[in-house]
Design a binder for this molecule. Structure first.
Ligand code: G3H
Ligand code: ZN
Length: 287
């Protein structure tokens, strides 16, 4: 069964490690991430963007597929199914469809409106035992058509959203979705420390987890980051392994065009990457 992300993140915060959120696009992605989590005995969060939800034909399909896979694969580690960068309407739909966690990203609204809408989603989700992530100060870059300005979050605003009883808080601290540019200045640890101090130890979320150097990941965790979102890196390793398979002509040998064979190298690459990330974040053997 699915679980809320609240308990796993509080445990991670207290234990000074982070739980990975890995975004899913289809059955193969989901299967590989679940296998990686089970093999490393780690809690895991499956992220679903609104675009990915649409691609998979709807949130109900996603929720029912994931629940059935957990059951039929014999997955025993804690798994949360989480809406990523959700709109107000999207968050409500996912609560109804059977997700165990939602992000309401109101960072593009004027701050007072973000507060009002966050408050409403938190009340609705909590009445059903579903955890909520909210965002302050947009994450830079573009993800699935959601474009963030990349402003660094105001710690006072973070304190106000944390006080609403949100379970985890995403704050822009110089992190960017997608690949990091050559001239990236790195994470702003002074702001991160101030946010953690002003939010009374609220589990913090680091978006744009792809391509952040390990020393920065470790430092962010030491300053209160308990959830790290990774999406682009899974896409890159999948595409790379698939391209190599096709360029080597393996799809032309024997039954190499069988989708189960054609997709296998990419899928295995995702599983290996997720195992590496779980170990880097320190959530292995914490299930
Ligand atoms: O919300 C999802 C993440 O922030 C993913 O970012 O694609 O840069 O890993 P990424
Ligand atoms: Zn994100």
């Amino acid at each position: 069964a699915l679980v809320s992300a609240k308990e796993m993140l509080e445990k991670a915060h207290a234990g000074h490690y982070a739980v990975g959120q890995f975004n899913i696009n289809n059955l193969e992605w989901t299967k590989m991430i679940l296998l990686a989590a089970q093999e490393t005995n780690s809690p895991v969060i499956l992220g679903v963007s609104e675009g990915a939800g649409k691609y998979m034909t709807g949130y109900k399909t996603v929720a029912d597929m994931v629940k059935a896979m957990i059951d039929e694969m014999g997955i025993t580690v804690p798994v949360a199914l989480h809406l990523d960068h959700g709109s107000y309407e999207g968050a409500k739909k996912c609560i109804e469809a059977g997700f165990s966690s939602v992000m309401f990203d109101g960072s593009h609204y004027p701050f007072e409106e973000n507060v009002e809408k966050s408050k409403e989603i938190i009340a609705l989700a909590h009445s059903q035992g579903i955890s909520v992530e909210c965002e302050v100060g947009a994450i830079g870059g573009e993800e699935d058509g959601v474009i963030g300005g990349g402003e660094v979050a105001d710690p006072e605003e973070c304190a106000k959203i944390a006080a609403l009883g949100v379970d985890m808080l995403a704050a822009g601290i110089g992190n960017i979705h997608g690949k990091y540019p050559e001239n990236w200045k790195g994470l702003n640890f002074d702001v991160l420390a101030e946010i953690q101090a002003k939010t009374n130890g609220k589990p913090l979320v680091l978006h744009g987890g792809s391509g952040i150097p390990t020393d920065m990941i470790k430092k962010a965790i030491s300053l209160g980051v308990s959830k790290i979102n990774v999406n682009t890196e899974c896409q890159l390793v999948f595409a790379d392994a698939t391209r190599k398979y096709i360029e080597a002509g393996k799809d032309l040998e024997g039954k190499g065009f069988d989708p189960r064979k054609l997709l296998a190298p990419g899928c295995n690459a995702i599983k290996e990457l997720v195992i590496d990330k779980i170990k880097e974040f320190g959530s292995d053997n914490q299930a």
